[in-house]
Design a protein around this ligand. Structure first.
Ligand code: MN
Ligand code: MN
Length: 268
């Protein structure tokens, strides 16, 4: 049963601390507790910009983290269980490889699921260094398995010939940063939002494994989130790397975006 009592959607936060798919630096498995600490920091509050107090909202809960290094095949059933209780699930990575396991729970449960990826990278490699489960590959796996009806990517600025070929093969709609701003989105049906924090310019979010200049501002990402006009039934915030965030500023960015995503998910 959903923990919501109003008929409106309920949102559950779940930490998925696995960085086995990281190709360059480890460390993102340490992200969920650091983002949670920033979320509850006395330097701010739990209000969203719309004025919803997540600290007082019965439809918003946090069930904590799966064990550090949780195997991929244990992620899908954990997410599925929450979905079958009627909740919308907001996951905290971990690196981007976890999104494949998470979306495997969503795919069979939502007809015509749309996926919006905010990322510097398309993550469409067939394999990277021989690893088909690398954080560079999740969207190739998701499209091969037909887990979503439509994949739209925004913020992309690292396309190489292989990934461009993969995008064409899978019919991925890519809005590259060189063409910024993207046109207005017109999704039909439920949406899963995957937020890789490296979509932000490293000036705003240095605490990620892959610094890719030329990205979005925090405000631009918030505007994209607030502008979504379809039910957001699932989301993840991935690739926060605390080992590169001594000041904690990127954790605050992640917590801020988590609040705005949760606000959007709590709307019907
Ligand atoms: Mn990514
Ligand atoms: Mn990325």
């Amino acid at each position: 049963m959903s923990h919501g009592i109003t008929g409106l959607p309920s949102v559950t936060v779940l930490g998925v601390p696995n960085d086995d798919g990281s190709s360059f630096l480890r460390g993102t498995a340490g992200a969920p507790p650091r983002i949670r600490k920033a979320l509850h920091s006395p330097s701010s509050n739990l209000a969203t910009e719309r004025g919803l107090d997540l600290g007082a909202e019965a439809r918003f809960r946090d069930v904590g983290d799966l064990p550090v290094g949780v195997p991929y095949d244990r992620i899908e059933p954990q997410v599925a269980e929450l979905l079958d209780e009627g909740d919308r699930v907001l996951s905290l990575g971990g690196d981007h490889a976890v999104t494949y396991s998470i979306v495997r729970a969503f795919g069979p449960r939502f007809e015509k699921l749309n996926l919006l990826l905010l990322d510097a990278h398309p993550d469409l490699y067939d394999q990277l260094d021989g690893d088909r489960l690398s954080h560079a590959c999740p969207f190739a796996r998701i499209m091969e398995e037909g887990l979503v009806a439509r994949l739209v990517q925004v913020g992309i600025r690292t396309l190489n010939p292989h990934q461009r070929e993969q995008a064409e093969r899978f019919g991925v709609e890519i809005h590259e940063m060189r063409d910024w701003p993207p046109p207005a989105f017109d999704f039909e049906g439920p949406l899963y939002l995957s937020l890789d924090l490296d979509v932000l310019d490293p000036a705003f979010a240095p605490g990620v494994s892959h610094h890719e200049p030329g990205g979005l501002s925090v405000r631009e990402v918030i505007s994209l989130i607030q502008g979504l006009r379809v039910p957001v039934v699932g989301a993840d915030v991935v690739e926060y790397n605390p080992t590169r965030d001594p000041s904690g500023v990127t954790a605050m960015v992640a917590a801020k975006l988590l609040k705005e995503i949760a606000d959007r998910m709590l709307e019907s």
